[in-house]
Design a protein around this ligand. Sequence first.
Ligand code: G6P
Length: 365
Amino acid sequence: ARVDKAGHKHFMSKEIAEQPAVVARAIEHYLQGSDIVLPGDGIDFTKIDRLTLVACGTAFYACLTAKYWFEQLARIPVEVDIASEFRYREPPIPNRTMALFVSQSGETADTLAALRYCKEKADKIVSVVNVTTSSIARESDVTLPIFAGVEVGVASTKAFTCQLTVLLLLALKAAKARGAQSDAELATHLSALQNLPGAINVALGAGDSIRRTARKLSEARDVLFLGRGLMYPLALEGALKLKEISYIHAEAYASGELKHGPIALIDKNVPVIVMAPRDSLFDKTVSNMQEVMARKGKVLLMSDSQGLKEAGDDVWEEIEMPAAPEIVTPILYAVPAQLLAYHTAVAKGTDVDQPRNLAKSVTVE
Ligand code: G6P
């Protein structure tokens, strides 16, 4: 299918804007009433004791997020690995392991090699892909499409949020099969998912204020991202997005690691982007923020109105997100992270859709 920019200046901004629609489409596809329906014979999670999730790049951060969901919601132990490490380490695969590969293109060489390593060893090979005719899709026992549509921008946006959406549905499916959540809890989580496209739409409304913040951020040489729990993988993805397209050096840390190294970098020139909805870990993150501000660090806080209020007046910049149930916040907060990277890159005048040295799909090692 031929795709155009539909009036946008870049494919990336078009693809960011499409997210309410494509996330809704993915949810609609898998959810029939209150049942999560998988293609083919599906997956029997009562026969699985452990998951291994493998991917590269942005898809790897989707896997890191999914670890929290599978462990917390379904109580299944999860290992996550980068495909290029996994394939050469040749880890033992115990019985009753499901191996899950996440790839937008379905053609990433390292991810495909990792999948082939797991054949005959894992009980089930599952893939989460955008391109359903791809090698990774073909070689899996069960393929779960993400329905993002064609993604042109090299920096992945809508594929990431659709990957997360499908992984969350899968974690909820596992939770139900294993009796790890009550029916009432499951119903609450499903309604959080159904409200998500609307919340993403509201998040997109922060675009103008993010553009103004991005102009200031574009002057930085180094940027730190901090997040805890479900926001830690998001911090990693936010840093990746920023470095990929704006070429600003960006690193992410779990907030609790701040005092184990990165705090040495803090001064008035290093913006610290804190991704922190008012969730169960918020108070911990606020105290990390105070440590940054006490060293004259400039904090850019992404939170909801309650979180912004509790954080006080000393933050440098604020990005307000709608309040949302904790389990869907990684999908929601992907949006401001993408917009911030996008507008910073535009302010710097880089080639947003075709950043230097990067390829959309890495099919050779
Ligand atoms: C490249 C792309 C990234 C992508 C990664 C994995 O590095 O530039 O956007 O996340 O490959 O690609 P995959 O197609 O396997 O998701």
